[in-house]
Design a protein around this ligand. Structure first.
Ligand SMILES: Nc1ncnc2c1ncn2[C@@H]1O[C@H](COP(=O)(O)OP(=O)(O)O)[C@@H](O)[C@H]1O
Ligand SMILES: [Mg+2]
Length: 294
């Protein structure tokens, strides 16, 4: 019997090569209503690598993760996931693509009334019909990967903040995603837990053969673990490259950001009237005398 293909051949994805980026934004524009958040941006997330997405709060980092997951749709441009444009996908196609992604949400908390084990098992129970014995093995394997196999029976209220974040990491990788996205995985962690979480992201990426994309404000740890760094500013990609390339960038905005300078293209003072306009010329004419109070 000749087996008829279910779909015409052109529907099948292009074979993806290991050199093409896993995620690519091409001239993508996105706004909420009239307000443009991402303005004609192009960036790529290299396959098998750890990529950091940085930039000021409100700059559109979470929005980019939501675009990749298909929760937001671009107004123009393309968003390729493994060579396929996510933007025109229907719900079925989006769900299929999303199954290949793991996500640790910003402020993503554990379910307080579920044990550590059940928190990690949750996506497996939601999205698969795997038998209980297999779920157990997978959950223990994922907990082992984050060093918390022994904590399986604890409740979230019994673990530290750093441990909770690691359990959330284990949950994000429960379904063996190809791409893992972490939205501010280091926020609120003490320096030791932060270092542990950062090394874990790197380690999971390499040992499980993942592609990782994380949003972070932590310059030092981020530059230590990332292969590729993207910095957003004013709705554009200010720079992207290796940590060294970004660190040595001469772009004034990137320089200010990377060196954490209070003043630069991003002003310390909120724009407004000048000092002279607000206080009159007398203030300008009579500067404080040095040593006047001693
Ligand atoms: N659902 C929404 N509706 C309207 N504006 C939003 C919505 N979500 C985010 N924004 C705005 O879009 C901008 C980018 O947000 P976001 O992507 O969360 O920034 P970041 O993660 O870089 O801090 C912010 O100014 C935010 O207020
Ligand atoms: Mg955010």
């Amino acid at each position: 019997m000749i087996h008829e293909p279910e779909y015409p051949a052109f529907v099948f994805p292009m074979p993806s090569s290991s050199t093409t980026p896993l995620v690519e934004l091409r001239h993508l524009t996105f706004g909420y209503g009239e307000r443009v958040i991402l303005d004609d941006i192009s960036l790529s997330v290299p396959r098998g690598k750890v990529t950091a997405l940085m930039g000021a709060s409100g700059g559109g980092k979470t929005t980019i993760l939501r675009l990749i997951g298909g929760q937001n749709r671009a107004q123009s441009g393309e968003l390729l996931f493994d060579g396929q444009d996510v933007t025109p996908m229907d719900q079925t196609q989006i769900y299929a693509a999303r199954r290949r992604m793991g996500m640790l949400f910003q402020f993503g908390a554990l379910f307080a009334d579920l044990s550590v084990f059940e928190n990690v098992a949750f996506p497996l129970r939601e999205h698969t019909d795997l038998p209980e014995a297999l779920i157990r093995d997978i959950v223990l394997m994922k907990l082992n990967a984050v060093g918390l196999r022994g904590a399986r029976d604890l409740m979230p209220s019994e673990v530290s903040g750093g441990m909770a974040r690691r359990i959330a990491l284990a949950r994000a990788i429960a379904l063996d995603p190809e791409l893992v996205m972490y939205d501010e995985p280091f926020s609120g962690l003490d320096p030791i837990s932060l270092g542990t979480a950062a090394r874990l992201i790197r380690h999971l990426n390499d040992s499980l053969g993942l592609t990782s994309l994380f949003v972070s404000h932590e310059l030092e740890q981020t530059f230590a673990i990332a292969d590729h760094v993207i910095i957003l500013a004013n709705g554009k990609v200010a720079t992207q490259g290796t940590p060294d390339e970004v660190r040595n960038s001469t772009d004034p905005l990137v320089y200010q950001y990377v060196h954490a300078l209070p003043d630069g293209p991003v002003r310390f003072d909120y724009p407004g009237a000048t000092v002279e306009q607000d206080f009159g010329p007398a203030v300008m004419a009579a500067p404080l005398k040095s040593g006047a109070s001693s």
